[in-house]
Design a protein around this ligand. Structure first.
Ligand code: AMP
Length: 276
């Protein structure tokens, strides 16, 4: 496994890889969710490239960029065990050199849900992903359903800008009790870790209500909210039931609907979703 941190080295090593090339962009502090994307890429491609880059431009000024968990040594061991060919670990200066001033703005779908709570987040995400795609030139690029809106935004950008990579979205990996795996889970205290399960419980409740015949978004969202707010440590950011591609609100829940939640458990902001 080669590990490089400059674009020049990456481009040189990229030329030696057998095609097709699968690419998994990450912010590191890897868990089984990330590794499931790496395995998915490995199954479908001859070579696998992973990037580890905590992208500063997708964090707001009040957000957790400085405290975002990092352990590159451990990440590299995990990736080596998975048989990854090439890892890209650029510095922020490598990606955004002095004078950098070009941004990708995907309109509309980036200003709701996560985008409403995290101003400028998707501008940072779309920009860094476009740059990474241009640098790595992958045949396929893998994203997790865990960040459902991100996957929709990236698919939109790839389609709108005629980018030559196939976007593959793989399911959310969960802990045995149902909590979605996330690098940020490490910051939950043991009691918060228990409380955090109410996020997945609320999604399960939405599915059960739907299966029981309930179709009103308002009623389902209300019951999900009640369930989460029964925990005093939880502060709800949003609950939404939307069309899985357009992210438009649904009044009546239809098959394929995307149910999303964002909530604070103590100081940790968590997101999760399911498709009905
Ligand atoms: P991150 O390091 O948080 O930027 O995530 C890198 C990629 O891993 C993104 O495409 C995420 O959607 C994906 N990912 C994060 N958590 C999970 C999970 N629990 N299951 C599957 N994919 C995930």
């Amino acid at each position: 496994m080669k590990v490089v941190s400059t674009i020049q080295e990456l481009e040189r090593e990229r030329k030696m890889l057998s095609s097709p090339v699968g690419f998994v962009p990450t912010m590191g502090f890897l868990h089984e969710g990330h590794l499931s994307l790496v395995r998915g890429a490995g199954k479908e491609s001859k070579s696998v490239v992973v990037s580890i880059f905590v992208n500063p431009t997708q964090f707001g000024p009040e957000e957790d960029l400085a405290s975002y968990p990092r352990d590159v040594e451990r990440d590299l061991k995990l990736l080596e065990n998975e048989g990854v060919n090439l890892v890209f670990t650029p510095s922020a200066e490598e990606i955004y050199p002095p004078g950098y001033c070009t941004w990708v703005e995907v309109e509309g779908i980036t200003h709701i849900l996560e985008g409403a709570s995290r101003q400028g987040h998707f501008r940072g995400v779309a920009t860094v992903v476009l740059k990474l795609l241009n640098i790595v030139q992958p045949d396929r690029t893998y994203f997790g359903q865990k960040d459902a809106q991100q996957a929709v935004v990236i698919q939109r950008m790839v389609s709108d800008l005629n980018l030559d990579t196939e976007i593959v979205v793989l399911p959310t990996l969960r802990e045995p009790d149902g909590l979605a795996m996330s690098s940020r889970n490490i910051y939950l205290s043991p009691p918060e870790r228990k409380v955090a399960l109410c996020i997945f419980d609320s999604l399960r409740l939405a599915r059960e209500l739907y299966q029981g015949g309930e179709r009103s978004t308002e009623i389902i969202c209300h019951k999900m909210t009640d369930l989460m707010l029964s925990q005093p440590q939880v502060k709800l950011d949003y609950v939404g039931i939307v069309h899985p591609q357009t992210l438009k609100k649904m009044v009546e829940v239809k098959p394929g609907a995307l149910v999303l939640v964002a909530a604070w458990v103590g100081k940790v902001r968590l997101i999760d979703n399911i498709l009905i």
